[in-house]
Design a protein around this ligand. Structure first.
Ligand SMILES: Nc1nc2c(ncn2[C@@H]2O[C@H](COP(=O)(O)OP(=O)(O)OP(=O)(O)O)[C@@H](O)[C@H]2O)c(=O)[nH]1
Ligand SMILES: [Zn+2]
Length: 203
């Protein structure tokens, strides 16, 4: 992860214009929740909320696969697994628009080229900063790496907590959802799968 970016976030969009209808929608929600959107503390809240949502959903403004367009071919014959693990990320579930907070492990088995490791995290954040379900996020990250790098194998494992389960609804904190997407040799070959999952810490 790039240290300038915290959990993958670039500079906040603080000055974005917020259209009136968007502000009105948030005022309606505040009123419906039981508060008065005209009281002093809530006056600027519609703008803040709208800008926050633009930031949470910044992934819609990019094509995450573009991060994989620059590769390095001088790899000194390295042809073993490349793994980036414990990558923190934030997303929002498309059912409740509630936070999904977790970490990902992304691995691939290169052919004759590799990609800068920060790019794996950038691909993750590009898909995470959208309204998501964890299964689709996992599959989209794996597919982008598969298509972009044409490696011999890709493995993505995501472990995350869903605020829609912890803060509302069933209200069950401490639960993590684990999803995985294995492609190529990590899907077809039991030894490769075992090796990558062990490196990730899942065996
Ligand atoms: N498979 C999957 N389910 C998710 C994800 N995020 C949230 N959910 C679930 O989506 C489901 C939506 O269920 P619904 O019955 O339509 O909505 P609900 O009445 O608000 O459900 P409760 O959360 O059980 O109160 C819930 O079970 C959520 O826990 C995700 O990333 N993947
Ligand atoms: Zn949810």
């Amino acid at each position: 992860m790039n240290s300038e970016e915290g959990a993958g976030y670039t500079a906040p969009i603080t000055k974005a214009e917020v259209p009136d209808d968007v502000q009105d929608a948030i005022r309606t929600l505040i009123r419906w929740a039981g508060d008065d959107p005209e009281r002093e503390g809530l006056l600027d809240t519609p703008k803040r909320v709208a800008r926050a949502w633009k930031e949470y959903c910044q992934g819609y403004e990019e094509d995450p696969s573009q991060h994989l367009s620059r590769v390095f071919e001088e790899v000194g014959g390295y042809d073993e697994i490349v793994l980036l693990k414990d990558i923190p990320f934030q997303s929002h579930c498309e059912h409740h628009m509630a936070p999904i907070i977790g970490k990902a492990a992304i691995a691939y088995l290169p052919t004759d080229h590799v990609v800068g490791i920060s790019k794996l995290a950038r691909v993750l954040h590009g898909y995470a900063r959208r309204l998501q379900i964890q299964e689709r996020l996992t599959a989209e990250v794996a597919q982008a790496i598969w298509d972009g790098l044409k490696p011999r194998g890709v493995a993505v494992v995501i472990e995350a907590s869903h605020a829609c389960m912890t803060a509302r609804g069933v209200r069950t904190p401490g639960v993590n959802m684990v999803t995985s997407k294995l492609m190529g040799c990590f899907l077809d070959d039991a030894r490769s799968r075992k090796e990558v999952l062990a490196l990730m810490g899942y065996s």
